[in-house]
Ligand binder design. Structure first.
Ligand code: ACO
Length: 342
């Protein structure tokens, strides 16, 4: 099959879903020794969503997916591949894309999981873009979804990490298109993907896993040592996040032939308001061009960018034809950026 050089990929639809249960900082004060003041000052987070016990990551992804497919004006049968980015899958294996595919009733199409944590959505967007531009696929459903609440240490000793994360899902449909007017027509212009595994243990979930001197993937010893809870060196993450997000964002924008001033809207990963404020300060980005959602959702990892995109559309801040630049940083360390005309 020859590749059509005028073939591009565009985001044809966007959707999101968050569980209805709101957990405010004051609610967390009842579970652990923390305060609204500490959380707001250090992170900008005021509240986040937590699922009910019987809700999984693909349940959230399913709702976001249906909304994105409807927004694209498509039927679910038009989707020819599912990509699911998550670090909190329903089960260890198979991946969430398979479970979501079954919920959608789309047996037979390709289903792929991405394990790139906070950078997972942009990694997925890059993969979808390449599959579309190769001519092999026409409409790819890309979902970023997390249920963090079930994997956090909600006891007093978990406070340093557990206040940061929330549950939610966002989805886009990436569709084939031919761009007639690059200044108006929606298309993905660039994606850049990076990682440095030397920092893998600065932000990680050690267990279950085979990387222990233990016959079992999960043992009582791992439980007792809290290896089944996320471990984070917050200060190292902060410093690297600012540096890498600035680097990759500028690279994606300028190597696409734009200046930072040309960008209409910046959609950053939502780990911490202070990280995004610092990126904005270093790159002299006007605050009104940055769309943040961390105040109300916390860090939803792979979901933050599509969730933000969906909220920005609903708020009238993101309109068709606008130039969007996005950057993310997270566990791995991984980092990534993208530029697209919406
Ligand atoms: N409530 C109250 N006090 C707390 C809490 C809490 N939830 N958590 C920690 N503290 C205490 C600590 O015990 C410490 O007390 P001490 O001084 O008596 O020892 C004090 O607050 C300061 O703790 P630090 O860890 O030094 O706090 P810091 O100012 O570094 O802020 C934070 C922590 C917010 C995690 C910060 O390091 C940060 O923003 N890091 C970036 C990492 C991040 O955002 N990760 C999100 C996930 S990763 C991603 O998506 C990229």
């Amino acid at each position: 099959m020859g590749v059509n050089p005028s073939l591009s990929a565009r985001i044809s639809g966007v959707g999101a879903f968050v569980p209805p249960k709101v957990m405010t900082n004051h609610d967390l004060e009842k579970l652990m020794d923390t305060s609204d003041e500490w959380i707001v000052q250090r992170t900008g987070i005021k509240e986040r969503r937590w699922v009910e016990q019987n809700v999984s990551t693909t349940d959230l992804g399913f709702e976001a997916a249906k909304a994105a497919i409807a927004d694209a004006g498509l039927k679910k049968e038009d989707i020819d591949m599912i990509i699911f980015a998550t670090l909190s899958p329903d089960h260890d294996f198979p991946g969430n894309a398979c479970f979501l595919q079954d919920k959608l009733g789309l047996a037979g199409i390709a289903a792929l999981d991405i394990r790139q944590q906070c950078s997972g959505f942009i990694y997925g967007l890059s993969i979808a873009d390449k599959f579309i531009c190769s001519g092999s696929h026409k409409n790819i459903l890309l979902v970023g979804g997390e249920v963090h609440s079930k994997g956090l240490d909600r006891s007093p000793k978990g406070r340093a990490v557990s206040v940061l994360f929330g549950d939610g899902a966002g989805a886009v449909v990436v569709s084939a298109t031919e761009v007639k007017d690059p200044k108006k027509d929606g298309h993905i212009i660039a994606t850049n993907l990076h990682a440095d595994g030397a920092y893998a243990k600065e932000l990680w979930l050690p267990a279950p896993g085979t990387g222990f001197d233990d016959p079992d993937r999960m043992s009582m010893k791992m439980f007792e040592e809290d290896m089944h809870y996320p471990q984070m060196n917050g200060k190292t993450v902060f410093v690297h996040a600012v540096k890498r997000m600035c680097e990759t964002l500028v690279h994606s924008v300028t190597s696409s032939g734009f200046s930072m001033q040309d960008v209409d809207l910046f959609l950053f990963h939502q780990a911490n308001m202070r990280i995004n404020d610092k990126v904005g300060e270093v790159l002299e980005i006007p605050a009104e061009k940055v769309f943040n959602t961390i105040q109300k959702y916390g860090n939803t990892t792979a979901a933050t960018i599509p969730l933000g995109m969906s909220d920005a559309v609903k708020a009238g801040k993101l309109k068709r034809g606008m130039l969007v630049a996005s950057a993310a940083f997270g566990s791995g360390f991984t980092w990534a950026s993208g530029v697209w005309r919406y």
